[in-house]
Design a protein around this ligand. Structure first.
Ligand code: UT7
Length: 328
């Protein structure tokens, strides 16, 4: 079968207006700005308005990505939303977005791979275009993590925020587009990062809510160690598959979880900080939305040029990880 080169032909991001600062968190839990900044690099994060759900954030990012691609919603064959905070269990957030966009021709589904969801989504969508099944796919990473965060738990509430990033994938000229994907999972670490309640194992009940099972649970230190090990390794494996050297990377766009995790990946890849996109200081960790927001912001800032070698890399619940090399 003939495989077509596939790449990103438009990107966009949206973050809610409301800013939650470290100073405000000091009023909510036993923490302080200095601890948060030195341990995580995060200074503030965005919080969705009460009337906004994940599909609303996704919609704003999707409109911008479509505009940048020069396509209309009716040109889309598929909408894929990576999220762990869907508007509801079903219908999928992708279906809600399809209706809102008026993307009448598009199939729609959500994908669950936590913070790695956007990279899993890119791999899925680009394969469908490469084989000729589809021409244009909208891939969105969107989250309202504030809705599943326990603001009395200082281990997690300082980290997370809300937002959405979107890209339109389509065929690109020979030599450009995605060169490789490296996806992985280690389900034995699933207990380290989860929401235990509300599913078929532990349906929502007064007891599950009283026990805070509807909030994110994270074994931070264990996840941190896993992340440091996996980020550099996944990126190296994607580079090896693409036949590209570390020294050829123009921009690394990592999952925005913790500045210390990003620095360890930079060390391993022997990259200077200026070759890395970092915006976690402004937005915190937005799970599946972190990488597409960082990528869209890098594009807005003129940090991505035609022919550049971009490496995307992320990790998260599952446990999962993923990396991709693409030529812009
Ligand atoms: O995208 C999802 C993936 N998740 C992540 O990437 C998160 C990965 N993990 C991390 O980024 C870090 O583990 C954290 C930022 C969550 C925590 O940093 P750490 O350096 O691993 O701290 P720690 O959990 O080892 O805690 C060190 C100390 C503890 O006190 P003791 O036991 O040493 O007395 C904590 O109780 O810091 C304390 N602590 C805090 N102190 C002030 C924990 N959270 C806070 C806080 N403010 N918010």
């Amino acid at each position: 079968m003939q495989h077509h080169p596939v790449g990103i032909i438009g990107s966009g991001k949206y973050v809610p207006e409301r800013i939650l600062t470290n100073r405000e968190l000091e009023q909510m839990v036993e923490t302080n700005d200095e601890w948060i900044v030195t341990r995580t690099g995060i200074r503030e994060r965005r919080i969705a308005a009460a009337e906004q759900a994940t599909s609303d954030l996704a919609y704003e990012a999707a409109v911008k990505a479509l505009e940048a691609s020069g396509l209309s919603a009716e040109d889309l064959d598929l909408i894929l939303v990576a999220t762990i905070t869907p508007d509801m269990f079903f219908p999928s957030t992708a279906s809600l977005l399809q209706a809102r966009l008026g993307a009448k021709k598009a199939a729609a589904f959500d994908l669950s791979a936590a913070c790695t969801g956007f990279i899993y989504g890119l791999a899925t969508a680009s394969s469908m275009i490469a084989t000729g099944m589809y021409n244009h796919v909208l891939v969105v990473g969107a989250e309202c993590l504030s809705r599943i965060t326990d603001y009395t738990d200082r281990n997690t509430c300082i980290l997370f925020g809300d937002g959405a990033g979107a890209v339109v994938l389509g065929r690109v000229p020979e030599g450009r587009g995605f060169k490789s994907f490296e996806l992985g999972a280690d389900g034995t670490g699933g207990e380290l990062l989860k929401i235990g309640g509300g599913g078929s194992r532990l349906p929502s009940s007064q007891a599950s809510v009283a026990d805070k099972q509807h909030y994110i649970y994270m074994a931070g230190r264990e996840v941190f160690k896993f992340a440091v090990r996996i980020m550099g390794g996944a990126a190296e494996e994607a580079l090896r598959k693409a036949g590209i050297e570390k020294s050829e990377i123009d921009l690394l766009v990592p999952h925005q979880a913790n500045i210390r995790i990003i620095e360890s990946a930079l060390n391993r890849l022997e990259l200077p900080p200026e070759k890395c996109m970092v915006n976690l200081d402004k937005y915190g960790n937005i799970s599946a939305a972190s990488i597409p927001i960082a990528l869209a912001e890098a594009v807005e800032q003129g940090r991505v040029n035609e022919g550049d070698c971009i490496v995307l890399v992320g990790f998260g619940g599952g446990l999962t990880w993923g990396a991709s090399v693409l030529i812009w």
